[in-house]
Design a protein around this ligand. Structure first.
Ligand SMILES: Nc1ncnc2c1ncn2[C@@H]1O[C@H](COP(=O)(O)OP(=O)(O)OP(=O)(O)O)[C@@H](O)[C@H]1O
Length: 275
């Protein structure tokens, strides 16, 4: 479990990025921070691996105050995936993935074997191992970024808008791959996005944030959709419009669900999905 306790981050120029923030992030599940630009999502994420140190408060991982840990070792033990993949342009795909294992003292051979395994895990053909990042598509680069984040087999994977820069179709593919991976690997994932649909798709726990990392609501997607904390959250999650504003329409063959534009989204059936 990751805990934020009374966390604040004030920058020297007077910006109060985070003020008295408290949150528990359960292990083996995914938590998504969602909110508009500049609300403090990245700052919160980077406090988990000490890329940013808080001005006040304590971050704990499994009960241990991380300020007492060696920052470099901590950072290497936690996976980090960023927007635009952050790959080293003059390193091959395999060498990019193997960076952290190499830094941690693994042999070249073992690191490469691990890199090839991980390419397979994230759905990349191993024939691409010796290509350079510019020889890959944006979506493939992001997969390499995810493989690199997983290279040290971390318990925690931090993902900062990892799919923000790819087109919607590739983005949907990458989101589904991440859901598959999460079932397989069972990591603690902390994911940042400004896209509420992505947050609801990927998050077991969703944290809706406003400026200054103010928590507007924390809950599962169902809890938030069924019971938005206030009008601002209702409007932010699009409860009154788009694909989430569904109503029942009676047809000759039984009730169907239609969205705010009148498009049929599905059939209303009795009982659970397995019946
Ligand atoms: N080094 C810094 N010095 C001063 N202010 C900073 C610094 N880093 C971030 N900030 C400010 O802190 C606030 C939170 O920034 P942060 O990057 O965490 O937001 P974000 O929600 O991740 O935004 P985005 O979605 O645009 O990436 C912003 O007002 C930002 O300008």
């Amino acid at each position: 479990m990751i805990e934020f306790e009374n966390i604040s981050k004030h920058y020297p120029d007077g910006t109060k990025a985070v003020s008295d923030f408290n949150l528990q992030i359960p292990a083996h599940s995914s938590t998504v921070f969602v909110g508009s630009s500049g609300c403090g999502k990245t700052t919160l994420l980077r406090m988990i691996n000490r890329m940013v140190d808080p001005s006040a408060g304590t971050v704990r991982i499994d009960g241990e105050d991380i300020s007492t840990k060696n920052a470099v070792e901590l950072r290497r033990s936690i996976g980090y995936v960023m927007q635009n993949s952050g790959l080293l342009p003059h390193f091959s795909v395999a060498d990019n993935i193997a960076t952290v294992p190499r830094l941690m003292g693994e042999s070249r051979k073992t690191s490469r074997r691990r890199a090839l395994e991980l390419m397979d895990t994230v759905g990349l053909s191993v024939t691409m191992a010796d290509r350079y990042p510019h020889q890959l598509s944006g979506g493939q680069q992001q997969r390499v970024g995810v493989a690199r984040g997983l290279a040290s087999d971390p318990n925690i994977l931090l993902m900062d808008e990892p799919f923000g820069a790819v087109d919607p179709i590739v983005r949907a593919e990458l989101q589904n791959e991440l859901l598959r991976l999460q079932k397989e690997l069972d990591k603690t994932i902390v994911f940042v996005t400004h896209d509420i649909d992505e947050a609801f798709l990927l998050g077991d726990q969703v944290v809706i944030l406003a400026a200054g990392a103010q928590k507007l609501q924390v809950g599962s997607p169902s809890e938030i959709i069924e019971n938005p904390a206030n009008d601002f959250v209702a409007s932010f999650i699009g409860a009154q419009r788009g694909s989430r504003a569904l109503r029942v329409k009676q047809t000759a063959h039984g009730p169907v669900l239609v969205d705010a534009q009148g498009r049929t989204q599905g059939r209303l059936v009795e009982g659970g999905l397995n019946q």
